[in-house]
Design a protein around this ligand. Structure first.
Ligand SMILES: Cc1cc2nc3c(=O)[nH]c(=O)nc-3n(C[C@H](O)[C@H](O)[C@H](O)COP(=O)(O)O)c2cc1C
Length: 252
């Protein structure tokens, strides 16, 4: 079985390629005891680390398996996320046999123009083929981070402390362009968007800052204060919006 967290489909696509049994982390976020001959987790890198929802799931879970692996998708700079996450999880009593990064489209709108991102050949099939072969052969592998990668991670950390609005929900602007379609309420992995008088509204400041709501909005009605290209939005080409809804919907 493979667990995944996704905002724009990259991790779901990879999870589906790696195993026929896929489980969305927002659906099992309270954790549990899971048993299989191999168990995987596919997660995006956020600021060189795991998203909170993924880390909390790992903390709350017991994995009974001879082979535990972690694939971290990222868009430009994974920094030392693989080694850092391996060590963090080991300290929590969850030791991965295999950790690897996988370069994909970067969905972080403050820094990247999705149209330019889509035009870059990130050699995804080649990376995926290698990872599949590694997992098939039960390879044991934890990458060692360079000094530069560790410094990059520290810089991300410092920047997010200086600019909290870049990583919490206060950067999300629900604008009058909202047509009340409710998609954002269904793709939010923590159920923190509701409809009020036919318009989308955040319940409180809580936010994974996954940007699922922004990318899914069909009318570009949700925006960030700072974006590289406010008109560009992303959904992995192999995934449809219903799959994001089925992964993240907290309603009902
Ligand atoms: C809040 C946030 C932080 C991110 N931080 C990083 C990062 O530190 N390094 C990086 O290369 N990509 C970063 N990304 C890009 C994502 O990791 C990448 O696009 C990922 O494949 C998205 O997966 P998804 O489509 O399954 O949501 C970040 C994206 C978001 C939304």
């Amino acid at each position: 079985m493979v667990f995944y967290f996704t905002a724009t489909g990259n991790c779901l696509y990879i999870a589906k390629e790696l195993d026929s049994t896929t489980v969305s982390i927002p659906k099992v976020k309270l954790g549990g005891t899971f048993e299989d001959d191999k168990i995987g987790i596919v997660s995006p890198v956020y600021g060189g680390e795991l998203p909170n929802i993924v880390l909390n799931f790992i903390k709350a879970s017991t994995f009974k398996t001879p082979y535990l692996y972690l694939i971290l998708t990222y868009g430009h700079d994974a920094t030392d996320s693989a080694e850092f996450t391996y060590n963090l999880c080991k300290s929590l009593g969850k030791e991965f046999n295999y950790v690897n990064n996988l370069l994909m489209v970067d969905n972080y709108l403050p820094n990247f123009d999705i149209e330019k991102e889509k035009a870059i050949d990130k050699k995804i099939p080649e990376q995926l083929a290698q990872i599949k072969a590694d997992i098939e052969s039960r390879k044991e592998y934890i990458p060692t981070a360079s000094k530069q990668a560790k410094t990059g991670h520290k810089m991300f950390r410092a920047a997010s402390k200086l600019m909290p609005a870049l990583i919490d929900g206060s950067a999300l602007q629900m604008t009058d362009k909202c047509i009340g379609c409710t998609l954002c309420t269904k793709v939010c992995p923590i159920g923190n968007i509701v409809m009020e008088n036919g318009k989308a509204k955040r319940v409180n400041k809580k936010c994974e800052f996954c940007l699922a709501c922004i990318h899914a909005c069909p009318n570009n009605a949700i925006a960030l204060k700072r974006e590289k290209n406010p008109n560009a939005r992303f959904l992995n080409e192999n995934i449809n919006i219903n799959e994001i809804i089925n992964s993240n919907n907290q309603e009902g």
